[in-house]
Ligand binder design. Structure first.
Ligand code: HEC
Length: 123
C-alpha cells in the first residue's frame, strides 16, 4: 500500500513536470521550438515580432520618436541606418528597445538579424 502511494506521488510529479514543459510554448510564444531560418519572411516572421514587441509605440500617426515599424518601407530605414539592431541588441549609443523592458528573446533578435543578412527582402 505504501509503495503504491509512493508510485502515485512520483508519477504525479513526473506528469506535472511534463505539463510544465509542454506549456512553455503557450506561456512564452516564440521562445519554444524557435529555430531562426537563414532567410526569414518579412511579412510572416519579422512584422509579427515588431507588432508584438514594438508597435504599440512605433505605429500609427504619432509614433514614439516619430519612428514607425509597422510597414516594410519604414522598417527598412532603421535596418539600413543600424538603429534597429543597435537598439534591440542594447548596443552603446542607441536607446535600448523594447523601451522599459528586457532584451527580446535571442531567437527573435536572431531572426531579425538573419532577415537583414539575407538582404532585407520584402517577402
Ligand atoms: C513603450 C514604448 C516603446 C516600445 C514598446 C518600443 N519603443 Fe522604440 N522608442 C520609444 C521611444 C520613446 C523612443 C525614443 C528614445 C527614447 O525615449 O528612449 C524610441 C526609440 C527607438 C529607436 C531609435 C533609437 C536610437 O537610439 O536611435 C528605435 C530604432 C526603436 N525605438 C526601435 C524599437 C524596436 C525595434 C522596438 C521593439 C523591439 C521598440 N522600439 C519598442 C518607445 C518604444
Amino acid at each position: 500500500m505504501k509503495k503504491l502511494s509512493m508510485a502515485v506521488v512520483i508519477s504525479g510529479i513526473l506528469l506535472m513536470s511534463g505539463c510544465y514543459y509542454d506549456k512553455e510554448g503557450i506561456l512564452y510564444p516564440g521562445t519554444a521550438n524557435c529555430v531562426p531560418s537563414a532567410s526569414p519572411s518579412f511579412n510572416e516572421e519579422i512584422l509579427p515580432i515588431l507588432d508584438g514587441r514594438c508597435n504599440n509605440c512605433h505605429s500609427g500617426n504619432s509614433p514614439s520618436a516619430n519612428i514607425r515599424l509597422d510597414n516594410y518601407a519604414d522598417v527598412l530605414i532603421y535596418a539600413n541606418n543600424g538603429s534597429l539592431m543597435g537598439s534591440i541588441n542594447h548596443a552603446g549609443g542607441y536607446s535600448p528597445m523594447p523601451k522599459n523592458s528586457g532584451k527580446m528573446p535571442n531567437c527573435e533578435i536572431q531572426k531579425i538579424q538573419n532577415w537583414i543578412s539575407a538582404g532585407k527582402l520584402n517577402n
